[in-house]
Design a protein around this ligand. Structure first.
Ligand code: ZN
Ligand code: ZN
Length: 189
């Protein structure tokens, strides 16, 4: 990652820091100053600068897979890349303490394997449920559309024949009667 002068300017650094030579010292001081200044922008900027002067924290599970932290601050604190819980390295915390996190060092390889298999099965089940639900909704939609189209056809036909619209739809599935009353429709009386 490269940090340009305009980046630093846009982070509202004060001129005395901009005058420093672009060395590690400059970056360390810039980070310290940004943290001092506080505020969301400065905090973000310090997190961008921090990887330039320190190794990125890597979190490894008991099964040996690992992830690099993407959120970390100048004091060494970082967000667990598995669960986003904070790991306060500045207070001596070495590992993620979230008991539900894959990176929790309390897991045995067997337990973590089981936990991951269970999670995967649950995710598959949820995906399956969502798929079935979507299919069912689509089917209902299609049926409604078809019913509406059919009803419109019947109404058009009844109008063409001069049949009573009140008496058109009869009880039962797709039952219609095209009735021409001599006088008033009995349903109108
Ligand atoms: Zn974690
Ligand atoms: Zn009628």
């Amino acid at each position: 990652m490269t940090v340009t002068l305009s980046d630093v300017v846009s982070w509202r650094l004060t001129p005395d820091i901009l005058d420093l030579p672009p060395s590690q010292q400059f970056l360390r001081r810039a980070i310290a100053r940004l943290n001092e200044l506080g505020g969301e922008d400065n905090w973000r900027a310090s997190r961008v600068l921090w990887p330039l002067v320190t190794p990125v924290p890597i979190v490894t599970t008991v099964l040996g897979d690992s992830r690099a932290a993407t959120d970390f601050a100048a004091d060494g604190d970082f967000m667990c890349p598995y669960c986003t819980s904070p790991i306060f390295r500045s207070r001596g915390q070495k590992a993620c303490e979230n008991p539900a996190c894959d990176a929790n060092p309390g897991y045995t390889p067997e337990t973590l394997t089981r936990v991951r298999a269970k999670r995967e099965a649950e995710e598959k089940e949820r995906a399956e449920w969502r798929r079935n639900h979507t299919l069912a909704m689509e089917r209902i939609q299609r049926e409604n559309d078809a019913r509406r189209a059919w009803e419109q056809e019947q109404v058009a036909e009844a109008r063409k024949r001069g049949a009573c619209l009140r008496c058109l739809f009869q009880p039962g599935y797709q039952c219609v009667k095209f009735i021409k009353h001599r006088g008033l429709c009995p349903k109108e009386r």
